[in-house]
Design a protein. Structure first.
Length: 364
């Protein structure tokens, strides 16, 4: 009986969504193979992340999302745990000047900011959906305190890109709540004031200097940095069909910095051309359209809040990373969904999509 139920759930799986996720992940693996080879640690680790992610996506979708909708305790525990992990991460050894990774035994490490993004989406979805009828200033202020706890800790690492994403997630929830422009403005001012006050007294001097240098990059968009310049060269050299697998000199020989992460898109276009970029955009459009489709058929407010905030999270990563690669926004270190190397982000995405798939299956 249980096997029949599991089999029935698998037959209900959103095949267009699964095909788009699978295709983007394969692009990522091909990109890594061309940059560092199939024998490299990067490729082998990402292949393992991919296999784990697919298992999480398929079997995670069997877990009933209504445990988060009907009970506040699961999402609250998840959110508090992610906050505590962020605090622990701040005490960890920095990697390239950023304390964003929590190091575990056996050489395992994960980026705690990726976990807190998903935790905050679940927590705020439960909070907003249980108070959607109130629509008052107290909801803004209380949710702002919750959001600020995560944003400030991530900002202190300092991981500016993830802090921005968390801010957008919170704003997305407020938007769906139906607040007036005046109320949203109050919310933004409230969060900015608290950030400035606490940032002045809590952040260390080296953290403040990193934040200052990051903010300075907004005023110097006319002066292309080395990273962005090389990304543009890589994209331009790819042409229509690309230079071929393993023939992207910018990425393969280390001329393009962070070719597997921040600038994975530039490396991909260099190898597979503008045509690959078009295919990636179509796949992203397909995923986003499926999210809107699921949201339109969701039967409860929790599902609508979760889907909308997850959509903001997913879409923001795409827009900001594309902007980084094209030199339109400062480099924030945000990965491109399913394309950039990294297990923490990939697994978090797969968990999120498994919840979305569970919502979809129970809304048919």
């Amino acid at each position: 009986m249980e096997l029949r139920k599991i089999s029935k759930n698998f037959t209900k799986f959103d095949l267009p969504l699964f095909a788009a996720i699978l295709s983007l992940s394969i692009f990522s693996l091909l990109n890594l193979a061309g940059i560092s080879g199939v024998e490299s640690a990067f490729f082998k680790k990402q292949l393992i992340f991919f296999i784990i992610g697919i298992v999480v996506l398929l079997f995670g979708s069997l877990i009933d999302y209504r445990i988060f909708k009907n009970y506040s305790l699961p999402s609250t525990i998840f959110f508090i745990t992610s906050i505590l992990l962020l605090v622990m991460t701040l005490q960890a050894a920095p990697v390239r000047g950023v304390t964003a990774w929590l190091h575990l035994p056996f050489g395992i490490s994960f980026e705690t900011s990726e976990l807190v993004k998903l935790a905050m989406i679940l927590f705020l979805a439960r909070y907003f959906s249980s108070r959607a009828h109130l629509n008052n200033i107290s909801v803004i202020l209380i949710s702002g305190v919750y959001a600020f706890a995560a944003i400030f800790l991530v900002f202190s690492q300092p991981d500016f890109g993830s802090a921005i994403i968390l801010f957008f997630i919170w704003l997305g929830g407020l938007f769906l709540l139906g607040l007036t422009k005046k109320q949203v403005l109050i919310a933004i001012i409230f969060l900015i004031i608290i950030s400035l006050v606490l940032g002045t007294f809590i952040l260390e001097s080296y953290q403040k200097s990193r934040i200052t240098s990051f903010l300075d990059s907004f005023s110097s968009q006319g002066r292309e940095s080395y990273n962005v310049l090389q990304a543009k060269v890589a994209i331009g050299s790819g042409g229509l069909l690309g230079l071929g697998l393993g023939n992207g000199s910018q990425a393969k020989f280390g001329i393009l910095p962070e070719a597997t992460t921040d600038f994975a898109l530039a490396a991909l276009v260099e190898q597979f051309g503008f045509l690959a970029l078009i295919i990636v955009l179509i796949l992203y459009f397909l995923i986003l359209s499926r999210l809107f489709y699921i949201a339109a058929r969701a039967r409860d407010s929790f599902s609508k809040f979760f889907i909308f905030m997850f959509l903001v999270y997913f879409f923001s990563h795409i827009v900001i990373n594309f902007g980084m690669n094209l030199g339109l926004v400062p480099v924030t270190g945000l990965p491109l969904p399913f394309i950039s190397y990294g297990g923490s982000f990939l697994i978090s995405l797969m968990i999120g999509f498994s919840i979305l798939e569970n919502i979809r299956a129970r809304s048919l």
